[in-house]
Ligand binder design. Structure first.
Ligand code: ZN
Length: 322
């Protein structure tokens, strides 16, 4: 199925994409927009695509690569002089406390990716509450800084789990960056606004994208993963497997279009394991999961360096949400 999706996306891209010429001169038109860069700090065996062959009970027996891969990302960011938000998994923070401290000491934002990387849709409300509070406490203890941001494993806050917003607010989070406004087999709220804004509770108790100040005392800032509107549909463009799938010139063209035509910043995301072509292979995983996970891993680093040259980035952080 994913192959079908990717093929249709590529066909759409070929129809609509024209090569960029005079890129440097066009760049100046949108350079004033600063985008959001985020890194979801988890290891290769924790991704949802491998959840059936890699249950949490097996994690401690696997080779841990997240620390060296995240250090590689930190070095690339230092080289470019760019700061980012790192959504760190509590499970990783417990095993790599020095890494979490290094992220904070180098001026990046430490935010939460939850503790155990279980999709919200597979957790009870009580389990979710404990997971997000546990990770927040671990990260704050390590950094000495308040953690205000959260991103769900696999963007798994959906229409059915918007109670997660209540739990995040009550746990002390101020923003969420979990909604992918797209149709996908694992995640997505296709009709959620594509750009950042507050979510508030209606008088019926439903969470809605805010249109005015009503209910702002119960507001959570939502910064969705950015999509590209093209030919009447929303196309994932801003990171992960899509960054590895599409030629970089297409990604750059799409992201530039969001900055220039829509005058909006985009939210970009990657994972440390996407920088590691040599990572241990997971046995027993299905073809679709393997395709998504291993595609073009050797291209990530080079493309990421170009991305950091072509666009301005900042962490999400307090300045964005208050
Ligand atoms: Zn994740």
């Amino acid at each position: 199925m994913v192959l079908t999706v990717y093929c249709s996306d590529i066909a759409l891209m070929c129809l609509c994409f024209s090569p960029i010429t005079n890129y440097a001169s066009r760049l100046t038109a949108f350079m004033q927009i600063t985008n959001f860069l985020s890194i979801d700090v988890e290891d290769y065996f924790q991704v949802s695509a491998f959840e059936k062959v890699s249950p949490p009970s097996s994690w401690d027996k696997r080779e841990l690569c997240v620390e060296r891969n995240t250090d590689k990302v930190l070095a690339l960011l230092d080289e470019a002089g760019t700061k980012a938000t790192f959504f760190v998994l509590g499970w990783v923070a417990e095993r790599c406390p020095g890494l979490v401290r290094r992220i904070a000491e180098r001026g990046h934002e430490v935010a939460s990716h939850g503790y155990g990387h279980q999709r919200v849709t597979t957790q009870s409300r009580k389990e979710f509450r404990e997971d997000v509070r546990r990770s927040k406490a671990i990260l704050e203890e390590l950094t000495g800084q308040e953690v205000i941001g959260y991103r769900a494993p696999s963007y798994s806050i959906s229409r059915d789990t918007l109670w997660a917003f209540d739990e995040l607010l009550e746990a002390g989070y101020r923003y969420d960056s979990s909604i992918f406004p797209i149709k996908h087999d694992f995640y997505g709220i296709p009709d959620w606004p594509r750009f950042g804004g507050y979510a508030v509770k209606s008088s019926q108790g439903d969470w809605l994208a805010a249109v005015d100040d009503e209910g702002m005392e119960r507001a959570l800032y939502e910064l969705p993963i950015t999509t590209l509107r093209m030919a009447g549909k929303s196309l994932p463009i801003a990171g992960g497997g899509y960054f590895r799938l599409f030629p970089y010139t297409f990604t750059r063209w799409g992201l530039e279009r969001i900055n220039r035509r829509e005058k909006q910043p985009f939210v970009f995301y990657l994972h440390p394991w996407e920088f590691d072509p040599e990572q241990p292979r997971m046995s027993g995983a299905g073809a679709k999961s393997r395709f998504r996970h291993y595609l073009n891993l050797s291209r990530t680093e080079g493309r990421f360096k170009r991305l950091l040259q072509d666009f301005d980035f900042k962490p999400i952080g307090r300045n964005t949400v208050l």
